[in-house]
Design a protein around this ligand. Structure first.
Ligand SMILES: O=C(O)CC1=CCC(=O)O1
Length: 262
């Protein structure tokens, strides 16, 4: 179990693919761990050097007490990439991971060569909404948020399938402190101004059944970056790489090839 000791925090990470391959970093959303990306992995080129990691408060990373700030989550990721000696990565961030991606790309352009903003935005929901969700979670645990969260995460068809059970288990099994910490970071973040200063190849991905970051919201953020591209996955919710991994991989590899990144 590789753990990076970054001084302030230890983060769990996992590499797949050969050293020297195109570095591609995947950063996941709230209430998930790095296994969130499992369904996508078989569809990605085997020669990419893929890094996945658990944010503070999740899975085998240190469970730091909440609240977290977005600055802290960006610093954690920055420290992890520095620790592992990664530079000029393609950074794929989904939801909260996409917010970290925006913050890191502004702060450390040397670390990120191209950005994939998946099911994310410069600002997600409102402070009041996150405070109400946090109140429910403190009172009833993550179980109290599970039904509503899964309704935002997945299309009705996927929710009716037996596959949804493992995602519910991941969500309710996440440490409450990690969820509260991440939610506080999202609630305090508005990246509209800083993201508009980005100048790098950028792709936005959205799902037309996404109840957390609907396509128009994703597009509004992605359009802040001149020349950015946008792809809509139909029939998928907030985690389109789970519902349609092949399509998601096609979009991602198409973007990487189009920009001559490998
Ligand atoms: O709406 C949700 O619960 C999903 C979500 C929003 C930000 C994030 O990372 O996940």
């Amino acid at each position: 179990m590789p753990l990076a000791d970054l001084g302030e925090i230890r983060l769990h990470y996992q590499f797949t693919g050969p050293e020297g391959g195109l570095p591609v970093v995947f950063s996941n959303g709230l209430g998930t761990d790095l296994h969130m990306w499992d369904p996508l992995m078989p569809h990605l080129p085997p020669h990419w050097r893929i890094l996945r990691y658990d944010r503070r408060g999740h899975a085998q990373s240190d469970i730091a007490p909440p609240p977290y700030s977005m600055g802290q989550l960006v610093r954690d990721t920055e420290a992890l990439l520095d620790h592992l000696g990664l530079r000029a990565c393609v950074f794929v961030g989904l939801s909260l991971g996409g917010m970290v991606a925006q913050g890191l790309a502004v702060k450390r352009p040397d670390l990120i060569r191209a950005l994939v903003l998946s099911n994310t935005a410069a600002r997600i929901a409102t402070k009041d909404i996150w405070e109400e969700r946090a109140r429910l979670a403190r009172a009833g645990g993550l179980e109290a948020l599970a039904d509503a969260s899964l309704a935002r995460w997945f299309s009705p068809a996927f929710r009716a399938s037996p596959d949804v059970a493992q995602w519910r288990a991941m969500f309710v099994g996440a440490p409450l402190d990690g969820w509260l910490g991440g939610a506080a970071a999202i609630a305090g973040t508005d990246f509209y101004t800083t993201t508009a200063s980005l100048r790098l190849p950028t792709l936005g991905i959205a799902g037309d059944r996404d109840g957390s970051t609907p396509p128009d919201l994703v597009r509004e953020t992605v359009d802040l970056v001149p020349g950015a591209e946008f792809a809509l996955i139909r029939g998928a919710g907030h985690l389109p790489h789970v519902e349609q991994p092949r399509r998601y991989a096609e979009i991602l590899t198409g973007f990487i090839h189009k920009h001559g990144l490998e």
